[in-house]
Write a protein that binds this ligand. Structure first.
Ligand code: ADP
Length: 251
């Protein structure tokens, strides 16, 4: 019963989502269509370059939206396995850097001897990307993103976890916003820029992994999103970059 209820809720959410996404897509396609028409008429190289940059950004935003939609609506069960965070982060690094801007620095600070965690690696990769993109959007004038990982012997009496914190030096959040960020479709971003699904995905992932996620944020100083993921006692499974990284690069 719980399963089918969850499925029904998901379908409803996807239904609501379709309207919003269709609208966002339409705007992005208009940018591209109008850009193409202007390109045909302009010969000034600087102007053409600006048009092409705008079109490329619109296409990338469209791709980001589909990715989130797919992750959200995917009916497959998560497939948790034993994951080495250091390796997963380094495998995700190229995709991560492509999602950021030059004025954003990324620091990876993982404690030596970090335990493997139990998680679905493709989904964990998406979580890290979602958090990094949020951090980027919170730092319009640039700043630093820190990914910090450490072992926690006994998290609130619940056993062994690995703590992964994603910290930014961005604008932070007021309490009223902080209270709502895990809701699906809650966004403060412009139409076409935010789907409001990023942190909902992070929350769902943490719950389904047997872990948790918390937010610590100060307006004007920055935000830290902290994940606790259960320790795995099996050796980490070896494989190449996960689904997203594989999708993003040509075969
Ligand atoms: P989206 O990024 O599409 O808006 P999210 O669920 O990822 O959806 O985030 C919801 C909202 O939470 C954002 O619109 C933003 O207002 C706020 N938020 C998320 N991450 C951060 C952050 N690192 N710093 C400041 N605000 C954030």
């Amino acid at each position: 019963v719980e399963q089918s209820l969850r499925h029904a809720q998901k379908l409803e959410a996807v239904g609501q989502l379709t309207g919003g996404i269709a609208h966002d897509f339409n705007n992005l396609l208009m940018v591209i269509t109008a850009g193409l028409e202007m390109l045909e008429r302009r010969s000034d190289p600087a102007r053409r370059e600006t048009l092409m940059r705008g079109m490329r950004q619109a296409a990338q935003r469209g791709a980001g939206l589909t990715r989130q939609l797919l992750a959200f609506s995917r009916s497959r069960e998560l497939r948790p396995e034993s994951v080495d965070l250091a390796r997963l982060i380094s495998d995700t690094r190229a995709l991560l850097d492509r999602s950021l801007r030059g004025d954003i620095e990324v620091n990876v600070d993982l404690a030596p001897g970090l335990w493997p965690v139990i998680a679905d690696p493709g989904e964990l990769e998406l979580v890290i990307l979602n958090l990094a993109v949020n951090a980027r959007d919170a730092m319009p004038n640039g700043g630093v993103i820190t990914l910090q990982g450490e072992n926690v012997d006994d998290a609130d009496g619940r056993g062994e976890f690995v703590r992964l914190a994603v910290r930014d030096t961005g604008v932070g959040m007021a309490d009223a916003i902080k209270a709502r960020v895990f809701e699906p479709f809650f966004t403060t971003k412009d139409v076409g820029k935010g789907s409001g699904l990023g942190l909902a995905q992070v929350y769902g992932f943490a719950k389904q992994s047997g872990g948790s996620v918390t937010i610590d944020s100060t307006v004007g100083q920055g935000t830290t999103i902290t994940l606790l993921l259960p320790r795995s006692h099996a050796p980490a499974q070896a494989h190449g970059p996960m689904t997203l990284a594989a999708e993003a690069s040509p075969p």
